[in-house]
Write a protein that binds this ligand. Structure first.
Ligand SMILES: Cc1cc2nc3c(=O)[nH]c(=O)nc-3n(C[C@H](O)[C@H](O)[C@H](O)COP(=O)(O)O)c2cc1C
Length: 394
């Protein structure tokens, strides 16, 4: 998987630095040669000796080491096939986003053209700080991959987002980045994401719990594999993948307008948006005022966008999602047929908003493939692999 690949593992100063030892071990077990570079703060959390023992290599902790190559930063930068920084502190993210090179790790990063993956880990407030978010956006715009941290209990005792992503997800990302194929080169893929918003008045709307994470992961994976990606998204609290063209919409009808602009020229459409089935019959201008009365909100069914695309499709491979609370496979099959899809991804309603998914892919030829629970990044890879096969069969 990582045979003959040289991974430069940057370790920075956070509690999660102890997990980097396991990351180094698993990278080596996957066949990689690992060169560890530690910041001074990282050495307060875990010793260089641990990494030396695991990697069988001297750890770089300084640019000015009397006993090693005087231009370490250039030679290490040139040798790396990939740079992984895990954990990545708010500080290293800020430095790399702004081109600062004041220690061995940041200097090597600045001197390298290798693909880079950052796995941030920090206190929730630090992570959600607008400065950190802006720095993360900058890294994404530079084309670097960010493995989003998980939500849960943090070392500082707080509960929230900021925990280092799972080690499995980090290793998977390195393997996929290093072995990246360009198997969607020349293809145009439309991906829709997020839950649409249907206005009640100028202030309020009806929506659903879709986070957009699955669609964003699919768009990112397709773009990495060379496709021209148009990501049409309802508002989501996520940073769009840097390589995708991004169109933001609110309502189901706006989504349709945008799809219609791109559909005829596309090779595939993956409808992962949770499109509202219903919208208020009337949108009230301004704000509905309280008056002590019981109100009834009248809803009408929205046009079935996917069904219409299924009727009109030509060369396009059309994929939908079935999110069901019961009889998942049966209902997904029904949806596949009714909407004339090429394949459908079935998942249980419980995955909504989660970082994980457990899917089954049902093909129009009747094949069903079931997969175990995995991260949405890995799920996106499986869906795109399937799409590539379908495009090949066309
Ligand atoms: C006990 C302790 C835990 C820390 N944990 C984190 C952390 O998880 N994430 C983070 O961004 N900073 C953390 N910090 C702050 C960083 O260590 C500090 O910003 C340092 O300057 C980072 O340097 P570096 O990016 O060069 O490694 C922690 C500090 C202490 C004292």
């Amino acid at each position: 998987m990582l045979e003959n690949k040289k991974v430069l593992l940057g370790v920075t100063g956070g509690i999660a630095a102890y997990k980097s030892a396991e990351i180094a071990r698993l990278l080596i077990r996957s066949g990689a040669t690992v060169q560890v570079v530690m910041t001074e703060a990282a050495t307060k959390f875990i010793t260089p000796f641990t990494f030396k023992a695991i990697t069988n290599k001297e750890v770089i902790t300084s640019l000015f080491d009397e006993n090693s190559d005087p231009i370490t930063h250039i030679s290490a930068a040139k040798k790396a096939d990939i740079i992984l920084i895990a954990p990545a502190t708010a500080n290293i993210i800020a430095k790399i986003a702004n081109g600062i090179a004041d220690d061995a790790l940041s200097t090597i990063v600045l001197a390298s053209s290798a693909p880079m993956i950052f796995a941030p880990a920090m206190n929730t407030q630090m992570y959600l700080n607008p400065e950190t978010q802006e720095n993360i956006s900058k890294l994404k715009r530079k084309g670097f991959e960010i493995i989003e941290p998980e939500t849960g209990e943090l070392a500082c005792g707080d509960e929230g987002i900021g925990r280092l992503a799972s080690i499995d997800e980090i290793i998977e990302s390195v393997i996929s980045e290093v072995n990246r194929k360009d198997d969607l080169k020349g293809k145009t893929i439309i991906v829709t994401a997020g839950g649409t918003r249907e206005p009640i008045d100028s202030l309020r709307y009806i929506t659903n719990r879709s986070s957009g994470k699955m669609g964003y992961a699919i768009a990112g994976e397709a773009a990495k594999r060379g496709a021209k990606v148009i990501l049409i998204s309802a508002p989501a609290n996520l940073i769009p993948p840097s390589r995708a063209e991004f169109v933001e919409i609110e309502t189901a009808s706006e989504l349709k307008v945008e799809i219609d602009k791109y559909f005829s020229e596309s090779d595939a459409l993956i409808m992962s948006a949770a499109i509202a089935d219903f919208s208020p019959v009337q949108k009230i201008e301004g704000k509905i005022k309280k008056d002590g009365k019981i109100r009834t909100l009248e809803l009408k069914e929205n046009p079935d966008i996917l069904k219409e695309l299924g009727r009109n499709k030509k060369q396009q491979i059309l994929t939908g999602f079935a999110l069901e609370d019961k009889n998942l496979i049966e209902n997904a099959k029904k949806k596949l047929e009714e909407k004339n899809l090429d394949f459908i991804v079935a998942n249980d309603i419980s995955v909504i908003g989660s970082d994980f998914n457990q899917i089954a892919i049902i093909d129009k030829n009747g094949d069903i493939k079931e997969f175990p629970e995995m991260s949405k990044t890995e799920t996106a890879r499986i869906i795109i692999d399937y799409l590539v096969d379908k495009l090949g069969d066309r």
